[in-house]
Each structure stands twice: as structure tokens, then as C-alpha cells.
Ligand binder design. Structure first.
Ligand SMILES: Cc1cc2nc3c(=O)[nH]c(=O)nc-3n(C[C@H](O)[C@H](O)[C@H](O)COP(=O)(O)OP(=O)(O)OC[C@H]3O[C@@H](n4cnc5c(N)ncnc54)[C@H](O)[C@@H]3O)c2cc1C
Length: 513
């Protein structure tokens, strides 16, 4: 059995970033990733392949609480879900770290404050080339420095909307986005500002993802070993149950084992919880590190919706993910509770719009819908509920989820429809994308977090403030699982910043090995 100083399981926003942080420690690090490298191929930018045929999603089937099949909108690749993400990288607001009363209940406080995360947010934005501008987002938390990369400009149709919103008293701002765009020198810019970014893999590797920005640069170091198509099946503890003794991995149709002084689970919030639950043993009968009973519980994924705003005006925008609005983040004058966040999606095309319309809709109408739509994405905070949980039954993932805190979110969408109709002429709104599908309502697990929350009390949390399991001395979970609440902005920058934060702790720990 080969022995390492540290094993990282999973290479997404959490695992990939942590690897990059630890790569120069000189310690012997093994990285295990169940997927392979996402192929560079023309299909990367083929809407039908990406959205209708779900080419880059797993074929794995999970179950809903009603026992129905669930086809999750998630992929297993080096880089995890950052391979297809929209790269909108936001900081949580200062108040998101504190207890906030929502119309639907309480969003709990984190055990750390925004100030604890601030230096790591700054480092995360640099590592992922986030473009933005300080001082234009009305709910922005304090920053010690401006972004290192300038904000991404709006194309004319979006600029027109921006100006109309400002005239109406709103405060739209340039969305922080992690792409390798050099607008001042397009001849040498890696990013070509195309319309196949949000939801697509980047064929020319110009989107900042965990694979390109973190994993590949780390592989040059001799102390790093990456094994792809290596799925971790179980973590096996020592006989007293206090440490992980070794791990079992499916690789090339065999079950192989590795030993390591420290083990980091970074499989994404659902799969990390599933791995801990599958690793139950005599010392940990309810799942590994689960004396609190919280592993798999408090699963959150955002209240989210996508909407085509179809107007009489044409929208020839190519790179549309440039504008966001936080004016209603904490409520409005008649609703003193948080409502949520609004941002533009990548520009939809005929293939993306087709599942939103009745099957008999002629192709020409689909093309007209797409060419006249501005495409919006809304997120509101779903509150942590212990009954919203991941379970593993007969080896299969079951997701039990009941939506909550919808009033503010519904109000956000209705308000936005009124605003657009007022400032921009006549509109038709059409729900858009798999997120609103009636058949597989849980499939949109893109923003999964919260299944192994961190905290100071081992009775009510799974991880301590360094994301080490309270119950197991050498086990860490470094991905979206640690969130005690989700806030309403996209989660990845916080996952990345946290990996850098835990990385500092692990560097210290590794130095004493
Ligand atoms: C279409 C889409 C758009 C998105 N857009 C945005 C956005 O604009 N902004 C934003 O902030 N977020 C966005 N997200 C969400 C973002 O991708 C996730 O927040 C982020 O990737 C989560 O990081 P993670 O490390 O928790 O998990 P992941 O990135 O999912 O990484 C988990 C890794 O673990 C591996 N793994 C799982 N199980 C095992 C196992 N048993 N053994 C070995 N390896 C395993 C997986 O293959 C994967 O590589 C989007 C997601 C999707 C799907």
C-alpha cells in the first residue's frame, strides 16, 4: 500500500484550489479524481450537445424522496463543476456571515466573520483572474484592495439596459467574472468573448476553472501525483476510530488502497456527504464523523430560476454575463426581509430555448425568441433545514429536499418583471432551462452546499473551524459542504477562498510531519 503525506479526493473549486495552495510544500501529495480530463472537442461549444443531450453530465441516477429517478445536472471531471460554470465569482456579503431574519425563518451565523475571509477572497480573485470594480455593487462588503483585473464591459444592448436601470434609480453593476479576457489587447487575449461560456466547457481554456488555473500548474511538481478515473469508495478508520487508516479506491476495475497522514475529502457537497455516510463502521455507526447526526443534512442549493425576457428589441449580445443587480438583496421598502440576487445568464440560443417552448413550436419562432431575449438568473437564499438531506440507500444517493423561504424570492422575480416592463418596453417572460423543469425539479444541484457544516460545537456541527472533522483527527472536508448558510450570491468564490484559508492551516500541520 503506497503511503502519502496528504491525499485530496476531488479536484473542483475546493480540492483543485487546495492542491494549488499546497503544491510547493514539498510534501508527497496524491490527488484522486473520479473523472478524467474533459476532452477538447467541437461539442464543447455545441448547445444541443451541452444542454439537450447533457454530454458533460454524469449518467448516474439518484433518487428523490418520492423514490423517483433523478438525473443530476452535475459532472465528474478534473476541475469538477468549474469546467462548466458561469464563472460569476462573488464574495458573500458581511451580513451573510451573521444571523439574518428572513421571511421564512433564520439564516444562522457562521462561526467566523467576513473579516476572517477577506484576505482569502482577495487571493482567490487573483488566482482565478476575477474581473471587477470596487465600489459599484451597493451591497459589496469591505475590500482591502480593488480587483486586479478591470471590469468586463457591456455590449450595446446590455449597456442600454444598464443606462435605463440607472435612470430609473437602480444600481446595476459589472458582474465579477473569472475569464481570461484582455479587452485592451484582443489580439493577445486568451478569451475571445464568445457566446459559449456559461454552462459550456471552454474549448480554448480561457475560462478560469480549477483544472486550468490550479490542477495543471500543480502537476509540474514532482511531489504531486494525480490519478484520474479513480473513485474513492470508502474511508477506513483505525480500530479505535480516531483516524483514517487507509482509503479504498476503484481504479481500472480493481479496488486499491492508499495510506496518508492527512485525508481531504473534496467531492462536492452531495458526494462528500455520501462518501462519509458510505464509510460507516463499528466506531462510526451512523456514518464517518457523524456523532452530531448532521452529515448529509442542511443540504442547500439556492432558490433559483432562469427567465427569458423577450422584448421587441433584438439582442445581438455575444458575451452577456456582464451585469448584476443587488438592489433587492436585503429587501425593499415594503418587504423588510432578504429577497435575493439578479444576474445575467450567458446568451441563450435556439437550441437552449427549444425545451422552454411547446414541442411543436416552429424553429423560426425559437430563433426569434432567442434573438430577442435577454436572459436572467435569480437566486434567493434557501435556509438550512436538517430534513433537507443526502442519504445513501443500497449504495445509491437519495436527495430529500423541500423548498423553503420562497416568498421573498417570488417577490424578487415579480418585481424584476415589473421593472423591465417599465424601463424597456413590452415584454414576454418565459421560464428557462432545466432549473424550472417539472419532471426533475432537483436536477439543478449546481449550487449544492451545506451537508457537513462547520462550527465550534461538535454536538451540532460536523467540522471545526479549520474544516477538520470533529470526530476524526486526520480528516478534512474542503468543498461546498462546510457552509452553515448559503447567502444569495453564487457560492464558488467562497469555496475557493475557504480552500486557501484551510490551506494555510494545513501548511502548518504538514510542516510538523
Ligand atoms: C452549469 C453550472 C453553472 C455554474 N455557474 C456558477 C457561477 O457562475 N458561479 C459560481 O460561483 N458557481 C457556479 N456553479 C457552481 C460551481 O460549479 C460549484 O459551486 C463548484 O464547482 C463546487 O465546488 P466543489 O469543490 O464543492 O465541488 P465540485 O466542483 O463539484 O468538485 C467535486 C470533485 O470531486 C470529484 N468526486 C466526486 N466524488 C468523488 C469520489 N468518490 N472519488 C473521487 N473524486 C470524486 C468530482 O468528479 C469533482 O471533480 C455552476 C455550476 C454549474 C453546474
Amino acid at each position: 500500500m503506497e503511503t502519502y503525506d496528504l491525499i485530496i479526493i476531488g479536484t473542483g473549486a475546493g480540492g483543485g484550489t487546495l492542491l494549488h495552495k499546497l503544491k510547493d510544500t514539498g510534501k508527497k501529495i496524491l490527488v484522486l479524481e473520479r473523472g478524467g480530463f474533459l476532452p477538447r472537442e467541437k461539442a464543447n461549444w455545441d448547445s444541443k450537445e451541452v444542454f439537450q443531450n447533457e454530454r458533460y453530465h454524469t449518467k448516474e441516477i439518484w433518487k428523490t424522496k418520492e423514490g423517483k429517478d433523478l438525473h443530476p445536472g452535475t459532472g465528474y471531471w478534473v476541475g469538477g463543476n468549474t469546467k462548466v460554470y458561469g464563472a460569476a465569482l462573488f464574495r458573500l456579503r458581511e451580513r451573510d456571515f451573521e444571523e439574518i431574519r428572513h421571511e421564512g425563518g433564520i439564516s444562522p451565523a457562521w462561526p467566523l466573520t467576513y473579516a476572517d475571509f477577506e484576505p482569502y477572497y482577495t487571493a482567490a480573485e487573483k488566482l482565478y483572474w476575477v474581473h471587477g470594480k470596487m465600489g459599484i455593487d451597493p451591497t459589496e462588503p469591505f475590500r482591502t484592495e480593488d480587483y486586479s483585473y478591470p471590469p468586463i464591459s457591456h455590449e450595446p444592448r446590455i449597456q442600454e439596459l444598464h443606462d435605463a436601470l440607472v435612470k430609473d434609480g437602480h444600481q446595476p453593476f459589472n458582474m465579477p467574472v473569472a475569464i481570461k479576457l484582455i479587452e485592451s489587447d484582443m489580439l493577445n487575449s486568451p478569451c475571445i468573448r464568445c457566446n459559449t461560456c456559461d454552462g459550456y466547457p471552454c474549448m480554448i481554456h480561457a475560462k478560469s476553472d480549477a483544472d486550468i488555473n490550479c490542477v495543471r500548474p500543480s502537476l509540474a511538481n514532482e511531489n504531486i501525483t494525480l490519478l484520474i478515473n479513480a473513485k474513492v469508495e470508502r474511508l477506513i478508520t483505525s480500530t479505535d476510530g480516531h483516524t483514517i487508516d487507509h482509503i479504498e479506491v476503484s481504479y481500472n476495475n480493481e479496488l486499491i488502497q492508499f495510506k496518508s497522514a492527512i485525508v481531504v475529502v473534496a467531492c462536492g457537497a452531495i458526494n462528500s456527504a455520501a462518501l462519509l455516510l458510505k464509510s460507516a463502521n463499528e466506531q462510526h455507526p451512523d456514518g464517518l464523523a457523524n456523532s452530531s447526526g448532521q452529515v448529509g443534512r442542511n443540504f442547500m442549493k439556492h432558490n433559483s430560476a432562469a427567465m427569458l425576457g423577450i422584448s421587441l428589441k433584438e439582442n445581438p449580445t455575444k458575451f452577456q454575463k456582464t451585469l448584476a443587480v443587488n438592489d433587492y438583496y436585503f429587501g425593499d421598502k415594503d418587504f423588510p426581509y432578504p429577497m435575493g440576487h439578479i444576474q445575467l445568464l450567458g446568451k441563450s440560443d435556439r437550441e437552449q430555448v427549444s425545451p422552454d417552448a411547446p414541442f411543436f413550436t416552429p424553429g423560426i419562432i425559437l430563433s426569434e425568441m432567442a434573438s430577442h431575449s435577454v436572459d436572467w438568473w435569480f437566486t434567493g437564499e434557501d435556509l438550512p433545514d436538517p430534513n433537507n438531506r443526502v442519504e445513501v440507500i443500497d449504495g445509491q444517493i437519495h436527495l430529500d429536499y423541500t423548498e423553503n423561504n420562497m416568498k421573498g424570492f417570488d417577490r424578487l422575480i415579480e418585481t424584476w418583471k415589473e421593472v423591465l416592463a417599465k424601463i424597456d418596453g413590452r415584454y414576454v417572460f418565459v421560464p428557462h432551462g432545466i432549473y424550472l423543469s417539472k419532471d426533475i425539479p432537483l436536477a439543478g444541484v449546481a449550487h449544492q452546499v451545506g451537508t457537513a457544516k462547520f462550527g465550534t460545537d461538535p454536538a451540532t456541527s460536523v467540522l471545526d473551524i479549520h474544516c477538520k472533522a470533529h470526530d476524526v483527527d486526520n480528516l478534512y472536508v474542503v468543498d461546498g459542504s462546510f457552509f452553515p448558510s448559503i447567502g444569495a450570491v453564487n457560492p464558488s468564490l467562497t469555496i475557493i477562498a475557504n480552500a486557501l484559508r484551510v490551506g494555510d492551516h494545513l501548511i502548518e500541520k504538514l510542516s510538523s510531519l
